[in-house]
Design a protein around this ligand. Structure first.
Ligand code: AMP
Ligand code: MG
Length: 494
């Protein structure tokens, strides 16, 4: 088995070797057979005693003398407050494996990431030197929640980390109440976060920062060097630009399906552009720009409608880290980085307009410029305002838009005629999911799973794997449940 601690070897400064806790009674709650097969990790093998040893971080799948988990060190702005040293307090990196066999991005969503290697990472694997008094554990429910949401995003064509498995540990962990312990085994293009760069930027010599930036470019943004050469700019400015564009595209995609990450701290934002670490995340039910579901987000910092601005705020923190590498002249460095933050805003707005136009079935030419995009964005905004006033369910509204004769649809047709655009209901059907991981349905499935009954969870995962169609027998998962609405709360289980 080709598992390699390439990151830890290259960055001993950012990796602390640490053994995973041995769970008293490990048992697989859910194995991602499809992903396991893509990675060449035989699902049957993973279910064996050896496989479970591997999934719990106790040893390699096959003979190897280089197996050794590490806790990664990073900093982070949490709800705007800077913590100079966070790090994996309940997580460990096992290493990376080749991802060559993975299915390519879909035609609909060509931007989905296809990295050459994928990290295998444990969450809930016991305390580490970064635990700061925490128990290092994960409750089963929140670990399964992360599994489900990763699958939901993946099948919607949105770049994301994905779980390989969730195991029961056989322990009981205390959160709001005693809960069964869980261990998440996840894959991601890497675990490089804005916060990783924030830690490297604190070191006295800029060698570490430079190496980390180059590593990130190599792993995730291979087009940056050519761009730097063409434009005569710094390679590190091009890293910032690449991350900014990847995040603009990602957050636009989140917005287009009503996804709320919930904890967009700088330590939960990747350099790759994949979604990661969505603890108290949720999908919108009724459209509300200010929707917040997380029980820990009292100020609404990470509300649905704030996500694009928070993305930019986080990128500004990344830009600050890179300044010394961008230009020797501090003023020139600030000016260049500020320019990229402006590009992020433009790119986000453009992508958002395109995605929402498609949701309405408006066909835009590939080369649409501001003169066309601006009125389209205005129409989208107006539609969203009306949805909010009328308490429309976000997902249902877009899916039904072309199936009902509404005044809104007539207005769209008139708008399209005026702008010389085509309206196409089948285009809308390709991008508007029928099924999302609705709060009520997901919570009910997780509650049942806690008691050992995973039927609802299996149904939900099956439905989420084909989000653009309604599967026979699973129709109930596309309708809002009675629990949905503004009062619903999600917990991250930290
Ligand atoms: P999160 O909000 O899940 O991204 O976690 C923020 C920080 O808290 C990270 O450094 C985590 O490793 C740490 N953390 C979260 N939960 C625990 C826990 N139960 N024990 C130890 N550290 C934790
Ligand atoms: Mg985190």
């Amino acid at each position: 088995m080709d598992i390699d601690q390439d990151f830890a070897r290259a960055f001993p400064e950012l990796s602390v070797p640490h053994a995973a806790l041995k769970p008293p009674q490990p048992a697989i709650a859910r194995l991602n057979d499809e992903l396991a097969a893509d990675l060449g990790l035989g699902p049957e093998h993973l279910r064996s005693t050896d496989g479970i040893r591997f999934l719990t971080g106790q040893g390699p799948l096959e003979e190897s003398d280089s197996f050794g988990p590490v806790a990664q060190a990073y900093s982070g702005h949490q709800f705007g407050q800077f913590s100079p040293l966070l790090g994996d307090g309940r997580a460990l990196l096992l290493g990376s494996v080749p991802a060559a066999g993975r299915a390519p991005a879909t035609a609909q969503h060509p931007s989905a990431l296809c990295p050459a290697r994928l990290d295998i990472h444990l969450k809930g694997s016991g305390p580490t030197p970064f635990s700061r008094g925490g128990d290092g554990r994960g409750p089963l429910g929140p670990m399964l929640r992360e599994y489900v949401i990763g699958e939901a995003l993946h099948h919607l064509g949105i770049p994301t980390s994905r779980a390989l498995a969730v195991l029961r540990t056989g322990e009981t962990v205390m959160r709001e109440r005693p809960q069964p312990g869980g261990l998440l085994v996840r894959t991601a293009a890497s675990h490089l976060r804005v916060g990783t760069m924030q830690l490297a930027a604190q070191s006295q010599d800029d060698g570490l920062l430079r190496r980390l930036s180059e590593w990130a470019i190599d792993a995730h943004h291979p087009s940056a060097p050519d761009r730097a050469e063409e434009r005569g700019t710094s390679l590190h400015l091009e890293l910032l630009r690449s991350v900014a564009i990847a995040q603009a595209d990602l957050i636009a995609q989140w917005m287009s399906v009503g996804f709320i990450h919930g904890v967009m701290n700088t330590d939960n934002m990747t350099l790759s552009g994949q979604s990661i670490d969505f603890g108290p995340c949720a999908f919108l039910d009724d459209y509300r720009a200010g929707a917040v579901f997380s029980s820990i987000d009292h100020q609404g910092r990470y509300a649905y409608g704030n996500q694009p601005a928070i993305g930019q705020w986080n990128l500004a923190r990344l830009g600050e880290c890179l300044l010394p590498l961008i230009d020797e002249d501090p003023n020139a460095a600030v000016e260049a980085a500020t320019g990229v933050l402006g590009e992020y805003a433009d790119r986000f707005q453009q992508q958002r307009t395109r995605l929402f136009a498609a949701k309405l079935g408006l066909r835009l030419p590939g080369e649409a410029d501001g003169d066309l995009l601006e009125p389209v964005a205005e129409f989208v905004d107006q539609t969203l305002r009306q949805m909010e006033e009328q308490g429309e369910d976000f997902t249902v509204f877009f899916r039904r838009f072309h199936r009902t004769d509404s005044q809104r649809r007539e207005e769209l047709q008139q708008f399209a005629d005026r702008s010389g655009l085509d309206v196409d209901g089948s285009l809308a059907d390709q991008v508007n999911p029928v099924v999302i991981a609705r709060n009520g349905h997901l919570q009910r499935a997780l509650n049942a799973a806690e008691t050992g009954d995973q039927l609802q969870l299996e149904d939900l995962l099956r439905a989420l794997a084909s989000p653009f169609e309604s599967l026979p027998g699973l129709e109930h998962l596309s309708t809002p449940g009675a629990e949905d609405g503004a009062g619903f709360r999600t917990f991250c289980g930290t």
